[in-house]
Design a protein around this ligand. Structure first.
Ligand code: VG1
Ligand code: CO
Length: 539
């Protein structure tokens, strides 16, 4: 039955770095989901006759959101929805399905690395036909719509059983329920040297993969245990749970604790990896060894010739401004294009679509390539395994060889979480006003060359985006400040610190960047303004 329902706007439906993320309780308010989804439809010229992918990371409330999207899409005349079985699709798998099926876009139901459950977060990311998240101009338009929305339209024919693969009709709309894993597996098998990785594992190379009770479990079991032949139990926390079993599914040094303990323990495996809630982020570990995401991007780019899917040549590489400059040296060496973007994957999409880059990555444990338009955790992990299989070297040896050739960017990120929003905004405002006066000043051994707001001019659509503040020192060291755009409580201040060393490559990162971090927090008056003497998370 077709119904038009009156509603009133919510004033907080502004998408952040990647989609709209809110506490589950916020999403559970009457019409909250409907308002947001109908606003997306309204701002893209409607969905009549269009096809969308729908799926997510299996978190609490996704099942309800999917049924609502079905009703809204049918009510607005969509031709077809392609939905992952049981509502499951990792973010990279969804991107692949959008591209493969040439759909008009997709809805990915995830708050990514934010915890889930009734007291956790839920989220919706909206992608367009590129397979990547909609650009700022579109999300601005959607936000505008959410502020004036007065009604939405649904076709209500009850709930759809998402457990069976196959096609059903919902009014005039078709719903195809698909295997969430098949196309993704086929894609990665086409990119990497699976026989070589199989052989490596057969010869005793040991892996531990932590899915953190989130979406990659079924993908990882299939790829690492079934296809590549790693022993059963290689993938831990492999069943996607609605509340991630209470885990914070962010694969970093703080939250992937179980894996870290294994990798730093006795008889540690050779290789450890973890992925986040929706499978787009990853962390790489060797035995007793941690690879920073910034270094990882540099290593992947440097070794592209070892990978069947890339060996014929690559375009350029890009990184977010907050990410260390390690990959810039690789780009220079290989004489390929190099770009620095604001934080968030959507800024890479234009660069990939226009063949300016092949690889891209962020310091926040994201890496990917133009095989899709999202970051891809399992892709990055397979890339590392392919390099190891091709070179016979350990993670640590690969990293040391890299630093010996290129020097090392010591790098750390400091997060100050749940700061009062006004306090955080005032801190940034104060910092911004102070920056011009800092140029030329000296702090201990460091002299400031540049202190600027980071402004990105998109070379493809000419849009201009401001994101964060960058201080560059005369020795190449950098400090970057920005506020997170993915949190759901208060504000999170992120401070990123980098120090480059040509030959002194075997020090502890904290020893190398601790001094700079102190300068960074002093300049921003973090302790005085937030009462926090120490960061909540350091990675
Ligand atoms: C964070 C990261 C950013 C990443 C974004 C989405 O954003 O810093 O690099 O692209 O999360 O990641 P912010 O604004 O909180 O710093 V996820 O895995 O959505 O999909
Ligand atoms: Co994610």
């Amino acid at each position: 039955m077709l119904k038009t329902i009156k509603t009133a706007p919510y004033d907080d439906q502004k998408m952040g770095t990647a989609g709209l993320r809110k506490k589950s309780k916020v999403w559970e308010q009457p019409n909250y989901v409907e308002n947001f989804v109908q606003s997306i439809f309204n701002s893209i010229g409607g969905v009549k006759g269009k096809t969308y992918i729908v799926g997510g990371d299996g978190r609490y409330f996704n099942d309800i959101v999917i049924q609502k999207i079905i009703k809204l899409a049918a009510g607005n005349g969509a031709a077809k929805l392609i939905i992952g079985q049981n509502g499951i699709l990792s973010t990279p798998a969804a991107s692949k399905l959008i591209i493969e099926n040439k759909t008009d876009g997709g809805f990915i139901l995830s708050a990514s690395h934010n915890p889930g459950g009734p007291n956790g977060d839920a989220g919706i990311k909206y992608s367009n036909s590129s397979g990547g998240q909609a650009p700022q101009q579109v999300t601005d338009e959607i936000y505008k719509n959410t502020k004036t929305i007065a009604q939405y339209t649904i076709f209500d024919n009850g709930s759809v059983d998402l457990s069976k693969i196959g096609t059903v009709k919902y009014g005039d709309m078709k719903i195809e329920i698909v295997d969430p894993i098949k196309d993704y597996v086929k894609m990665v098998m086409g990119l990497f040297d699976f026989p070589a990785i199989q052989k490596l594992i057969k010869n005793g190379f040991k892996i531990k993969f932590d899915s953190m009770n989130a979406v990659t479990g079924p993908y990882a079991k299939k790829i690492f245990e079934e296809i590549l032949g790693a022993e059963e139990g290689t993938v831990i926390n492999a069943v996607p749970l609605p509340d991630f079993g209470g885990l914070h599914p962010d694969p970093n040094l703080k939250y992937a604790k179980e894996l870290l303990d294994i990798m730093n323990g006795k008889n540690a495996p050779d290789f450890g990896a973890a992925t986040d809630g929706d499978g787009d982020r990853y962390m790489i570990l060797g035995s007793n060894f941690f690879v920073t995401p910034s270094d990882s991007l540099a290593v992947l780019t440097d070794n592209y010739k070892l990978i069947p899917g890339y060996k014929s040549g690559i375009f350029g590489a890009a990184k977010s401004a907050a990410t260390s400059t390690a990959v810039s040296r690789v780009a220079k060496e290989h004489k390929i294009g190099y770009y620095e973007t604001p934080t968030g994957w959507k800024f890479f999409v234009n660069l990939m679509d226009s063949n300016r880059i092949t690889f891209c990555g962020e310091e926040s444990f994201g890496a990917g390539s133009n095989h899709i338009r999202e970051k891809d955790g399992i892709w990055a992990i397979l890339f590392w395994l392919n390099i190891i299989a091709a070179t016979g070297k350990s993670v640590e040896e690969i990293m040391n060889l890299h630093w010996t050739k290129y020097g090392r960017s010591y790098y750390m990120r400091f997060d100050f979480e749940e700061i009062d929003t006004k306090v955080a905004n005032d801190l940034i405002e104060n910092l911004k006003n102070k920056l011009p006066s800092l140029e030329g000043k000296t702090f201990g051994e460091y002299k400031i060359d540049n202190a600027r707001s980071f402004v990105y001019n998109d070379p493809v659509d000419n849009s201009v985006t401001q994101d964060g503040y960058v201080i560059t020192f005369s020795d190449g060291s950098r400090i970057v400040y920005r506020l997170s755009g993915t949190g759901s409580v208060g504000a999170t201040l992120r401070i990123y610190v980098e120090k480059y060393e040509k030959s002194n490559i075997k020090e502890e990162p904290m020893k190398m960047v601790g001094g700079l971090a102190k300068i960074a927090t002093d300049i921003a008056e973090v302790a005085a303004r937030t009462g926090k003497e120490k960061a909540d998370v350091m990675t």
